[in-house]
Design a protein around this ligand. Structure first.
Ligand SMILES: [Zn+2]
Length: 291
């Protein structure tokens, strides 16, 4: 034994030093700034859960993240159409943004589903692996059964997973990210949120109309959940992640942080009426096919 070879009168101090070292009682390092210390020991612990809502037709996980646990819940959805990538990039950026700033979700919950249609995303197609448009597959009052929308409501695992998330978290509002109609649309009592987001970016508010069996019809019209649909531009699809986030960060955060009041759902929101132009409220023909 090493200790036996040490002179007796030094044995106790040496053992004490070893014990203190093991117990973590060494002198604190004088290196590192206060900022380093805060970064390593943030004042707010991250409250993030990584979850799976189900599997796609091709058995890919439909993953989502939950930030915070407050009563005010915002659900952000992207990639319901697999070939609309800008929203997926924004959703991932938002995920990182909130993860690095846990204090930003105090009192609220932000649920992020970045790729609602993973098979379509991998194949870069609008539809899922059975060539169904998930954004027409919800069981709604206005649904139309056909080979694109599905032969019934909720026939696809992707729409079932999305409905499961909505029914589990009962969000205060939903922000759905699409491309490339270059506007911000809304369904249900959410015009004021759409206006607020529009003020923070270059996209105008435009009423596209709720499509049969769409998420907007399901969540916005039937469940009365305020829902905003952001349609990024064709140019946005080509931007790199940092530029895309820089362009829309303020609008996305404005949508998340806007707290709807009772008056908002009655059309008396706190944004000025002039924020939306009359001509913008007419449904867009292209939306009938692509929205
Ligand atoms: Zn879309």
């Amino acid at each position: 034994m090493v200790i036996k070879s040490i002179n007796k009168k030094f044995t106790a101090p040496v053992l004490l030093s070893i014990t203190l070292a093991i117990a973590g009682c060494q002198q604190p390092s004088r290196q590192g700034t206060f900022a380093d210390s805060v970064r390593k020991n943030p004042p707010y612990a991250a409250d993030i859960r990584h979850l799976t809502a189900g599997k796609s037709v091709r058995q890919r996980d439909i993953n989502y993240t939950v930030h915070g646990s407050g009563k005010n819940v915002t659900l952000v959805i992207a990639g319901i159409h697999g070939d609309e990538k800008a929203g997926v990039v924004i959703a991932h950026k938002l995920d990182s943004f909130l993860a690095e700033r846990p204090y930003s979700v105090i009192g609220r919950t932000v649920v992020i589903l970045p790729i609602a249609n993973p098979d379509g995303y991998i194949k870069n197609t609008r539809f899922n692996a059975r060539n169904i448009d998930i954004n027409r597959n919800f069981a709604t009052f206005n649904r139309i059964d056909n080979e694109v929308n599905g032969r019934g409501g909720m026939t696809e695992p992707e729409s079932i997973a999305l409905a499961k998330i909505i029914n589990t978290y009962n969000p205060s509002k939903i922000i759905s990210l699409h491309s490339t109609l270059a506007c911000i649309d809304y369904d249900g009592p959410s015009e004021v949120v759409a206006r607020r987001m529009s003020k923070k970016c270059s996209l105008p508010v435009k009423k596209l109309g709720s499509r049969p069996g769409s998420l907007g019809s399901y969540a916005g019209l039937e469940k009365k959940i305020p829902m905003v649909t952001v349609e990024f531009t064709a140019k946005d699809e080509k931007l790199d992640a940092d530029r895309l986030w820089a362009k829309y960060e303020k609008a996305i955060l404005a949508g998340i942080y806007y707290e709807l009041k009772q008056d908002d759902s009655e059309g008396k929101g706190n944004a000025a009426d002039s924020d939306i132009r009359e001509s913008d409220t007419q449904p867009d023909d292209r939306a009938i096919r692509y929205h």
